[in-house]
Design a protein around this ligand. Structure first.
Ligand SMILES: [Zn+2]
Length: 174
């Protein structure tokens, strides 16, 4: 579901108390466009309470069970449904307080670690390839090319290819 149609009313229909839905939307502000993935558009930044690690948090009471939850996880669920067990909701934009569902993706702990390493190399990746090449890489992968073969053809390392195929860099605007 696109972010645009996630409204307080829709959240209420998903089982949130009206106060929770209103609170979520009252405590956000429009942030900057992430410089390393401008096609994603602006961040929607949480202005409410934060966890020790700097993630937005909120107390919710879905169906009466009161608990503290990360706001970006709620945002992902509102846009996409339940989060599979053991998966994290990660930020493409690197802004921990961002709750724009378009900036969020699911991953494991290992992905999170890899993402941080790869983001550090994003500038190099952006300079080495062009958009037509990136689209060719994605098309060839669909046609059965291995990551290794793609890395060799385009003279980049395999992690660069992985990063593109996992949509961690060169994110298409849909
Ligand atoms: Zn963001």
């Amino acid at each position: 579901m696109p972010a645009e149609i996630v409204t307080p009313q829709w959240m209420i229909e998903q089982g949130f108390y009206p106060t929770t839905a209103k609170r979520l939307f009252a405590q956000t502000m429009i942030g900057p466009v992430p410089p390393h993935c401008p096609h994603l558009g602006v961040c929607i930044l949480w202005t409410g309470g934060l966890s020790g690690e700097g993630y937005g948090r909120i107390v919710i009471k879905p169906r009466g069970n009161k608990r503290t939850t990360a706001v970006h996880r709620i945002a992902w669920m509102l846009a996409n449904g339940p989060i599979p067990e053991d998966l994290l909701v990660l930020h493409k934009c690197d802004k921990r307080t961002c709750i724009n569902p378009k900036h969020l993706f699911l991953g494991t702990d290992a992905d999170n670690h890899m993402d941080k390493i790869l983001k550090g190399r994003a500038n190099n990746i952006m300079q080495k390839l062009t958009w037509p090449e990136v689209r060719t890489i994605r098309r060839l992968r669909h046609e059965g090319w291995t990551q290794m073969a793609l890395a060799e053809k385009f003279q980049v390392n395999q992690k660069t290819i992985w990063c593109i195929l996992e949509n961690l860099s060169w994110i298409e605007k849909y």
